[in-house]
Write a protein that binds this ligand. Structure first.
Ligand code: ADP
Ligand code: ZN
Length: 306
């Protein structure tokens, strides 16, 4: 590989799978692999073994980029920088993922949340180009959101955790279990619309619910409130909706309608009326935003601070 195109290992660490890739850019991914998320020891060793194999095949790597489920510690001054911290995911609390890869491969490791990685990739190469501020939300096993403002990924106290925004309990719900399913909050977004929450509340897996099922109207309603709160707080130019649950093609128009309904004409901009299909969109990079974002995180460690 030439000096202009260093080889990067990208790792998207999810609750069910770690997706890894090696390449120089979004159009040059040379190899990928999917590794089950079990215990940190087992999973990280599998990833590490794959990286070693890739080095033999493709040559030395310049950096690793890692985007993982959270919460994670992104504060470089902190003793637990680079850790997955208080996750409810069994075995993964207080896991030092950055040090593991840094020590093993002796290269810089770029690190952020999976959703911050995704928003970065969508901004650089996908549906969010030129759109700043930009939000990427995933509705899958959990609900999370990454935010890019002034060309930077938003950190701060921790990082955005938009899945736990409080929303009004769905009105006269027909769900078997009307309550939100988050163990921490009575009425947060994730407790109503994550895949597992939908399954628990309605007694049917989200992917098996027919498009005319009342669950979808409720999912859209809850998402409409969450997106309204984010729009009013962060003033994004665009919001990208990804994740397994969003694979339902009828859901985006439903959510667009609910967002406009909840806004009630308060913000008189085309993006919240006739042009809403350009405001709330699906990922331009399909299901690859997280992986390509991890690649961008790795690449940024070579460019110096972004
Ligand atoms: P992860 O959140 O682990 O990265 P996904 O984004 O694929 O993975 O989310 C998985 C969740 O999405 C599961 O709860 C699953 O039921 C739900 N899901 C996957 N595909 C669909 C679909 N086509 N329609 C509705 N829900 C889906
Ligand atoms: Zn919650």
């Amino acid at each position: 590989m030439s000096a202009e195109s260093p080889l990067i290992v990208a790792i998207e660490g999810g609750g069910t799978k770690f997706v890894c890739g090696i390449g120089t850019g979004p159009h040059q991914i040379l190899d990928t692999v999917r590794i089950d998320t079990t215990t940190p020891n087992e999973t990280l060793e599998h990833v590490s073994h794959w990286i070693s194999k890739m080095k033999v095949t493709h040559g030395p790597i310049a950096a690793i980029g890692l985007g993982t489920f959270g919460p994670v510690d992104l504060n470089r001054e902190s003793e637990t920088y680079g850790f997955i911290t208080t996750t409810p995911k069994p075995h993964w609390q207080q896991t030092d993922v950055v040090k593991f890869f840094k020590h093993r491969f002796k290269v810089p490791v770029g690190f952020d949340t999976d959703v911050n990685a995704a928003v970065l990739a969508e901004y650089l190469w996908g549906a969010g180009q030129g759109m700043d501020p930009l939000i990427y939300i995933t509705v899958g096993t959990g609900v999370g959101g990454g935010v890019l403002v002034n060309g930077q990924l938003l950190h701060g106290l921790l990082h955005p955790e938009v899945g736990h925004l409080i929303v009004p309990p769905p009105h006269n719900s027909l769900a078997i279990q009307r309550e939100g399913q988050c163990p921490y909050h009575k009425s947060c977004v994730e407790g109503y619309v994550s895949g597992p929450s939908i399954a628990k509340r309605w007694g049917v897996k989200a992917d098996a619910l027919p498009p005319d099922h009342p669950a979808w109207e409720e999912v859209a309603d809850v998402m409409g409130y969450a997106l309204m709160n984010m729009t009013l707080t962060l003033s994004p130019k665009r919001i990208i909706l990804g994740g397994g649950v969003m694979q339902q093609p009828h859901l985006i128009p439903l959510i667009q309608g609910k967002l406009m309904q909840h806004m009630n004409g308060y913000l008189a901009v085309p993006q919240l009326s006739h042009d809403i299909e350009h405001f709330l969109v699906t990922p331009g990079l399909g299901t690859r935003s997280g992986l390509l974002g991890a690649l961008a995180l790795g690449r940024m460690t070579l460019d110096g601070p972004a």
